[in-house]
Write a protein that binds this ligand. Sequence first.
Ligand code: DGL
Length: 261
Amino acid sequence: MNGNPIGFFDSGVGGTSVWKEVIELLPHENTIYLADSKHAPYGRKSKEEIIKLCIKNTEFLISQNCKLIAVPCNTATTNAISYLRAHFDLPFIGIEPAIKPAALKSDTKKIGILATKGTLSSKLFMDTQKEFTQHVNTIEVVGTGIVELIEAGKKDSEEMRDLLVSITEPFMISGIDYLVLGCSHYPYVKEILQELLPTQVRIIDSGAAVALQTAHILKSENLLNPTHQAGKHLLYSNLQIETLDYLTKEIANREVCLLDF
Ligand code: DGL
């Protein structure tokens, strides 16, 4: 069981930004990553549709003997994680926008949150926001179009830069000092965002927190892989593998395959 893989799924390639943090912290773990790019973006779907897709992804990962499932997708976590935890008998690690640290550290008491419509309108997001931002102003912006361009392999394109110029406009005029990236695709455009935003704005995501929580749960459930060998990584896409391959090319021991799941 301990040598079994950790499963990951996301609506596409974005969750690999989180997957990289997990495998860096846990280099001996084997992993399977599902990029459900055929159904991206999840952010525009209803809660019911998102849950249905999450069940399908979970069932596939369980059929591959995964010992734990990480959901490095804010939209899937905020809409479906409680359903998954209630219906499947293995540990799930979710991801949520890092609102709490941003709200606690902000000097200007103004923080920006960039996420999908599905995340910003979810109950879990609203509850978290209510809990941690009582003394802070939040400026929420839907990152419409960013996921699609990243999925199409255009994260560094002029088209992306133009889109981000208009998306960041509300943040430019509001005096935020923290920007929370509430979608796992967005760390792939962090550099462009940092160039566009005033230099004092700190951009934070939740990748490291997911990695720490994954390590913590594996340890507490006695599920860590005791081997000293480097982990092997299987990445599946159900649309095309080019972007997935390109975004993960620096990682050793990985295989990227097309699979109709
Ligand atoms: N990467 C995902 C997230 O963290 C999903 C984006 C989408 O499919 O809309 O929300």
